[in-house]
Design a protein around this ligand. Sequence first.
Ligand code: DQA
Length: 141
Amino acid sequence: PAVLVLNGPNLNRLGIREPEIYGAMTLADLETGLRADFPDLTLRFEQHNSEAGLIDALHAADTVETAGIVLNAAGYTHTSVVLRDAISSISTPVVEVHISNVYARESFRHTSLIAAVCSGVIAGFGVESYRMAVRHFADRP
Ligand code: DQA
């Protein structure tokens, strides 16, 4: 089984972008770290800055080979009805993740339009949020 780690807008700038919030690790470092932590799992990584790119990636990943999708939809989490509809349209389970604790930040980050159609939400643990979500799918039979 494979797990898709799907990152949304501006996450290609991890390590450069607001490091006091998101840390010093780059997206490439995150990928390398997860591959090292889950050597027996087929991990796929995609990052898209557009809603269309994220939606197409969700549709394409909805195959029997995909055990689950770890999604950091970034700012689209708080705004995107179409992303929510895309998650609803697939049968592959999706876990919503965030690096920062969105509930400790601006109030517009407290609303997630996608949480209700995801299996669960992990936020606030830095890159460890991704590790926990991948672990969830890795532990499933
Ligand atoms: C984020 C939180 C979002 O509110 C923000 O727009 C991001 C990153 C996080 O991982 O903490 O781009 O999803």
